[in-house]
Design a protein around this ligand. Structure first.
Ligand code: GAP
Length: 454
């Protein structure tokens, strides 16, 4: 369990515009959240860091952005229609519903009654009618994982990029699950984003690649700011494995509510490509597949060494963006005692993740010459491409520092009378973590900031 409480995070997120309950003015939509002005920046920064490390910094991964609306057949042959469910229990006393695996001592978590129904399977996918005729047959699903389109588009990507094994396809996007009991703030929600990589390998090399990706992903989270001692790679076995997986490591993090899954790294074998493939008997498919009567595709790749077509195995690191946001906020949140009855809340996010990179603050509100310089500084810093640079024309430096500490802004630049009156012009720059201020010549500011971020 983390020292940071969920209440501290929920309060900060609402107060500073990071995360809001969806449809709050109508009582809220359970398990659905909106990201506010700073939340959208934080989320984008996490997604950009993931994309950069997967697609730009490596030479073996392509990107994809596929549709959310999913053809029914995709989710039939993937096994989701039959098996993507959780066991549900009804409380006959208070009429609430719960996940059977969340029931303790056979008692309803809401009212404590032991008068519960037997568990029955509840499919988690959101079904939606497609087209103007809603006669119950024209339906599809909101995707429950982004992965399926990576499999169904496998041949198009291979044919258009001439990729050879091993290689991966990465995707970031929304997924939807009608969770029986959404809970723990943004940890378990009904609409969320996933950052998924499907890494295709030769059968037989899969176990080695599985281990490699577990370590890659652990290291990546540490690079984003999570402490290694707060992460655990849990080996999932037996009935706890998803229907498509031969093996899985759950990367767990010490969230405020306990140690829980942040990311799964699964070995999905040839299950998905095999299931979506026509003429399965032409291939050596090791996974149990449904005979496919509907697909026209052969989702295979040429094995040049053995001169034959094979269906690759796939290793899948799949992370939830919301869980990433929650973990990184948990880790970064600190309440510091400054002595003499003073304290501050500070978000010690890594600089590349901070929603606001630099805040430019005028010493005197609406002072024409000072504001002119502030605008000029903001313009020059934006050109560095480091992300959001804010300008806070409040005239209250102390409050501006506190606010920027709480949202994790690494640097505050103050423009004062010395800036506009003395030559060479200079500003003060305050470091979020040390709270030290130093004076720096305006001409050297861009070089300093560039050095901090790029
Ligand atoms: N494609 C594989 C897959 O979807 P998963 O373990 O079901 O595997 C992967 O989900 C990740 O997606 C999880 O580790 C978690 O971070 C995130 N996730 C899954 N369900 C979620 C939910 N209801 N709310 C928030 N994040 C969720």
């Amino acid at each position: 369990m983390s020292a940071t409480s969920m209440e501290q995070l929920i309060s900060l997120c609402k107060r500073r515009g990071i995360i809001f309950q969806s449809a709050e003015i109508y009582g809220g939509l359970q398990g659905v959240y909106d990201f506010g002005p700073l939340g959208v920046e934080l989320k984008n920064n996490i997604k950009n860091a993931w994309w950069k490390s997967m697609v730009y910094e490596r030479d073996d991964i392509e990107g994809l952005d596929s549709a959310i609306l999913t053809h029914r057949k995709v989710l039939q042959y993937s096994g989701h229609e039959d098996t993507f469910s959780d066991p549900l229990v009804d409380c006959k006393q208070c009429k609430t519903r719960h996940r059977a695996d969340h029931i303790k001592d056979n008692k309803c978590p809401n009212c404590g009654s032991a008068d519960l129904t037997e568990p029955r399977e509840f499919n988690l996918m959101f079904k939606t009618s497609i087209g103007p005729v809603d006669d119950g047959t024209n339906f599809g699903y909101l995707r429950p994982e982004t992965a399926q389109a990576i499999f169904t588009q496998f041949r198009n990507v291979v044919d258009s990029t001439a990729r050879k094994l091993p290689f991966g396809i990465a995707q970031i996007g929304k997924s939807f699950r009608n969770e029986i009991t959404p809970r723990n703030f943004i940890f378990r929600v009904r609409e969320f984003e996933q950052m998924e990589l499907e890494y295709f390998v030769e059968p037989g090399t899969d176990e080695e690649w599985h281990e490699t990706w577990k370590n890659e992903r652990l290291n990546w989270w540490v690079e984003q700011g999570l402490k290694r001692e707060n992460l655990v790679a849990q080996d999932i076995e037996g009935d706890d494995l998803a229907h498509y997986a031969k093996a899985c490591f759950d990367i767990e993090y010490k969230f405020p509510h306990g140690l829980e899954e942040l990311e799964g790294v699964a070995n999905r074998t040839d299950y998905d490509l095999g299931n979506h493939t026509k003429a399965q008997n032409e291939f050596e498919i090791t996974a149990h597949v449904h005979p496919n009567k509907d697909s026209n595709a052969k989702l295979c790749i040429r094995d040049e060494v053995n001169n034959k077509w094979i269906i690759p195995y796939v290793i899948e690191p799949s992370a939830g963006v919301e869980r990433g946001v929650l973990a990184l906020l948990t880790e970064a949140y600190e309440e510091e005692d400054l002595g003499e009855g003073n304290s501050r809340i500070v978000l010690k996010l890594k600089k590349h993740l901070a929603p606001v990179k630099v805040s430019v603050i005028p010493l005197k509100k609406n002072h024409e010459k000072i504001m002119e310089t502030c605008f000029e500084i903001k313009k020059r810093l934006l050109k560095l491409g480091i992300g959001r640079v804010s300008l806070e024309n409040t005239g209250n430096i102390g409050k501006a520092y506190r606010r920027n500490d709480e949202i994790g802004t690494p640097f505050c630049i103050t423009v004062d009378f010395e800036t506009i009156e003395k030559t060479p012009a200079s500003v003060t720059i305050r470091d979020r973590d040390t709270m030290q201020q130093e004076r720096i010549e305006l001409d050297k500011l861009e070089e300093f900031i560039r050095g901090q971020f790029i």
